[in-house]
Design a protein around this ligand. Structure first.
Ligand SMILES: Nc1nc2c(ncn2[C@@H]2O[C@H](COP(=O)(O)OP(=O)(O)O)[C@@H](O)[C@H]2O)c(=O)[nH]1
Ligand SMILES: [Mg+2]
Length: 361
């Protein structure tokens, strides 16, 4: 039996198994087997080079993947937000192509990828799914695009979930440390609803014969399996309803609660808000670099991730600044007063002005 058949068999079994305390172990076993087979399948596909020539290199400060059913307006939106010039209306969702574009916003270069193939069976391997998945896994944010006439929101989130993507949720707070002997021990800082024997079985099934596991949240079975698998990706998502121009006022206010933002790729309505929302949800910050005695460069900020330190800034800047670093001066949201003297460990905030004091060599 091939992997696909085995996965299907197990999924059917799982569906027939009632959900209650008595079947928890059995369901756990089935779910773990399914997860494992899917991982195996992915690895095989990678091994055969099926993904070659397909990987889109990530460029810029961050990458956004556009996700949605055909004809919702993804290509139109991509063209509006970026420098891309993609045909619109003409693509079928089976198109394997990934269309990249670059959006400049607040000094950041944000790559946006139109990934037509993700929705519509991609997670099961139809429509060239695994290649598409590898592209989406490289994204830092999902931009989910919905059509007001046909939202099909659940179908999209289902597909996204099946693809191993977990949106707007932190990674499970669980640490596994492999040991040489001693079997498996599970300890937890919270009351756990999960049965200890179930957890141990799943750990064993996944190759942890000897391990120390610490859990710091009350997780359910699915999340426990997520924590065991290394092919899960945790990332934020922004949900927009496009074609707002085609709606009357009352319909529009009805739909407002069902998404993060209503936009029109055609008229440009709310696209600036969308750019801001993307920037915000990517967790990017702008740092204005400044030379001693000069004005800060506000046109070309250094873009970093939220909670970055002066040390991170040194790493991202070209040259060997790290070796030459003495100290820095910060003026802005993160400083207690203007020109505060700080070390490498200082945590920066959006729109800080940073002046480095470097050793001369
Ligand atoms: N009324 C309206 N039509 C739109 C909007 N955005 C896209 N469309 C139309 O929807 C169709 C599909 O657009 P396209 O960008 O190709 O969708 P994709 O398949 O998701 O890439 C085209 O005919 C577009 O002109 C919009 O904001 N408002
Ligand atoms: Mg398209």
């Amino acid at each position: 039996m091939g992997i696909d058949d085995r996965i299907q068999n197990l999924e059917e079994k799982l569906q027939k198994t009632p959900v209650n305390k008595a079947t928890e172990k059995e369901r756990g076993r089935l779910k773990a087997q399914i997860a494992q087979l899917k991982e195996e399948k992915e690895k095989k596909q990678k091994g055969t080079g099926e993904t070659s020539g397909y990987a889109v290199e990530t460029h810029g400060d961050a990458t956004v993947a556009l996700v949605g059913f055909p004809s919702v307006g993804k290509s139109t939106l991509l063209n509006r937000l970026t420098n891309a010039e993609v045909d619109t209306g003409a693509y079928e969702f089976t198109t394997l192509e990934v269309n990249p574009g670059m959006m400049k916003h607040k000094g950041a270069n944000i790559q946006i990828l139109d990934v037509p193939g993700l929705i519509g069976g991609a997670a099961d391997g139809r429509g060239g799914g695994s290649q598409v998945l590898s592209v989406v896994r490289n994204a830092d944010l999902l931009l989910i695009v919905l059509d007001p006439e046909e939202m099909r929101y659940e179908e999209i989130t289902d597909e996204v979930y099946k693809a191993g993507l977990r949106t707007n949720t932190e990674p499970p707070r669980m640490k596994i440390e492999k040991k040489d002997r001693g079997g498996i021990s599970v300890s937890s800082t919270e009351d756990l609803e999960l049965d200890e024997e179930t957890m141990k079985n799943l750990l064993r099934q996944n190759g942890y014969g000897n391990a120390e596991v610490i859990i710091r949240e009350n997780m359910d079975l699915d999340r426990f399996i997520d924590a065991l698998m290394d092919n899960r990706k945790y990332l934020p998502s922004v949900e927009v309803i496009n074609k707002a121009d085609s709606l009357d006022g009352s319909r529009r206010s009805e739909l407002e609660d069902e998404c993060d933002l209503m936009v029109s790729a055609e008229t440009g309505q709310n696209l600036d808000e969308l750019r801001n929302m993307i920037f915000e949800n990517l967790g990017l910050i702008r740092i204005y670099m400044k030379e001693k005695g000069e004005n800060p460069d506000r046109d070309d900020p250094l873009i970093l991730e939220r909670d970055s330190t002066v040390g991170d800034a040194l790493e991202k800047l070209p040259g060997d600044m790290k070796d030459r670093f003495k100290d820095a001066r910060v003026t802005g949201p993160s400083s207690k007063f203007p020109d505060q003297k700080v070390s490498e460990a200082h945590v920066l905030e959006d729109e800080d002005v940073l002046q480095l004091n470097l050793r001369h060599i």
